[in-house]
Design a binder for this molecule. Sequence first.
Ligand code: SF4
Ligand code: SF4
Length: 141
Amino acid sequence: MNNVTEKIIDVNSLNLKKGDLVKEVEELCGENLFGCYQCGTCSAGCPFVDDMDLSPDEVIRYVIIDRKEVLNSKTIWLCASCYACAERCPRDINITKIMESLRQIILRKNVDKTKIVNIPKEEKESIPQLAFVCLFRKNVG
Ligand code: SF4
Ligand code: SF4
């Protein structure tokens, strides 16, 4: 892991000063990220960790140390909000809400993760409407 290659947003355009990212995430989710002691339990129980570019504990570390490229991590979009991580965290940190906060920071800038025009016609015809509703609720601001 540890390899963020996607570019959804130009993080410099966010005008976040040093330390602003963790403050904004904490404000949005109400969690204390500094309570995390990086045990990795959240990542060990995440059903999607193998497909993520940053594991959930790495996402938290990136936010704390102000590595804004976390906002371009595909992990925050792959997160299915299943709460498995939050249930297992020995520090009672709700990682699911942290992932949602990171998505919100991007979506509130009117940057959409999914653009309907980019979905191929065949997929639009074969994928259930409900799946699109869920997708747009999560990926479109
Ligand atoms: S389980 Fe909790 S304390 Fe452990 S790394 Fe994940 S968020 Fe941090
Ligand atoms: S809520 Fe997201 S990060 Fe946490 S275990 Fe589920 S998919 Fe993984």
